[in-house]
Design a protein around this ligand. Structure first.
Ligand code: HEM
Length: 363
């Protein structure tokens, strides 16, 4: 018997894929044209969520253990680039659904109750694998977020909570940042001196600014006191712990110092990839926020302030998640601690050599 050649349709299982759009409106005897778009767009999202999870899982694998192979870092950065490109597509895809009018949506909306995007298991897996903490979630009714899922999906989602998230793996990786303390050079003492100089300069400028009236000057100087305290917390375990307790910081003090060192000395060859990676985390986080915002605006124009098919307060709930559901906020917040390049403490030659690419000819 001759073997049948593989065809495009067989390889992609197109029969299955293209046969998976069952319109509820058609089943109920009154087909609504736009329901096809509604289904396809959600299915397209789920396919891209699957791809994001595929990338994320491989990255998590590389961060497991106490050591990250340097050559893996390049792969991680490439995979994050891919996730970021997909996210941009996901944000823009909302525009296609916005071509549906609220009235056309209302033609089939009731047939969807009580299902909702809130039940997207893959979306929850992405959130958890990135590092969303259950206790940070905006409450949805009186139920935990997994309660609207079936038993299998609920277990999957709960299993993905906890210690193996990207956030916690990266935190451990950053805590292991070498170079922070060398015998002959304590970087942080030099950094603190540079920070103090920067603050003193800023304070001097405020005092000399003749445009300020007394009240503005006093309030600007007060703000500088609080900025100084924020810097102090970087080096004071108790102050830092208080920031964490008050919910202002999540990343450990040690990891924050590691990340800050990378951000400050990003020009050193060995720190360029870690710096790109930290920037990507900010991109990934902010693109999710962009998606959440774009989605909530879509929801507002489609249903106004009506409650969602899943039973939430709809737009009000989604607005809160867009504000609060962020995982890598601390990484963007590192900018608070950045000082000008010209004020950076000069690194000792020995350390510079370690951070650079150099040949040891004939060795
Ligand atoms: C007409 C279009 C849409 C409307 C009116 C809508 C409405 C809503 C509402 C009201 C919620 C809150 C939960 C609820 O009460 O149901 C929600 C959540 C959600 N929707 Fe949509 N949605 C639309 C399109 C989409 C699309 C295209 C996706 C793509 C996957 C999506 C994914 C989600 C997700 C993941 C959540 C959970 C968000 C969270 O809890 O942080 N939605 N949606």
């Amino acid at each position: 018997m001759t073997k049948k050649n593989l065809s495009y349709g067989d390889y992609l299982k197109l029969d299955q894929l293209l046969g998976s759009q069952t319109l509820k409106s058609t089943e109920s005897g009154n087909s609504v044209h736009d329901e096809m778009l509604f289904i396809i767009i959600h299915q397209a999202y789920e396919l891209w969520f699957k791809q994001i999870l595929h990338e994320l899982d491989s990255v998590l694998d590389m961060f497991k253990g106490n050591y990250v192979q340097e050559e893996n870092l390049g792969t991680v950065v490439t995979r994050f680039d891919r996730i970021i490109e997909i996210q941009k597509l996901l944000v823009n895809q909302i525009g296609i659904l916005e071509t549906m009018t609220p009235m056309d949506f209302l033609e089939f909306r009731d047939l969807l109750t009580p299902s909702s995007g809130f039940q997207s298991t893959q979306f929850r897996l992405i959130e958890n694998k990135l590092g969303m903490q259950a206790e940070d979630r905006i409450q949805y009714g009186k139920q935990r977020y997994n309660k609207s899922l079936d038993e299998d999906d609920s277990k999957k989602v709960l299993d993905s909570e906890g210690d193996f998230s990207l956030f916690s793996m990266l935190e451990k990786w950053l805590e292991r940042t070498p170079f922070l303390q060398m015998d002959e050079f304590n970087f942080w003492t030099s950094y603190q001196t540079a920070v103090e100089e920067m603050i003193q300069n800023d304070i001097k400028r405020i005092k000399e600014n003749t445009q300020f009236d007394e009240v503005t000057q006093a309030s600007s100087l007060k703000q500088y006191e609080s900025i100084r305290r924020t810097y102090e917390a970087l080096f004071d375990k108790n102050l830092y712990a208080q920031l964490q307790k008050d919910g202002h910081r999540r990343l450990s003090q040690k990891a924050t110092l590691g990340a800050l060192f990378i951000q400050l000395y990003r020009d050193e060859p060995i720190l360029q990839l870690p710096h790109r990676l930290l920037t990507q985390l900010i991109n990934i986080d902010q693109l999710f926020t962009s998606w959440r915002n774009r989605h909530r605006l879509l929801v507002f124009r489609m249903i106004g302030v009506k409650i969602g098919t899943g039973g939430s307060t709809g737009h009000a709930y989604l607005k809160k998640t867009a504000e609060k559901h962020s995982v890598f906020r601390d990484f963007a917040n590192l900018s608070t601690y950045i000082i000008p390049r010209s004020s950076l403490p000069t690194l000792p030659q020995e350390l510079k050599k370690e951070l650079g690419f150099y040949f040891t000819y004939g060795k």
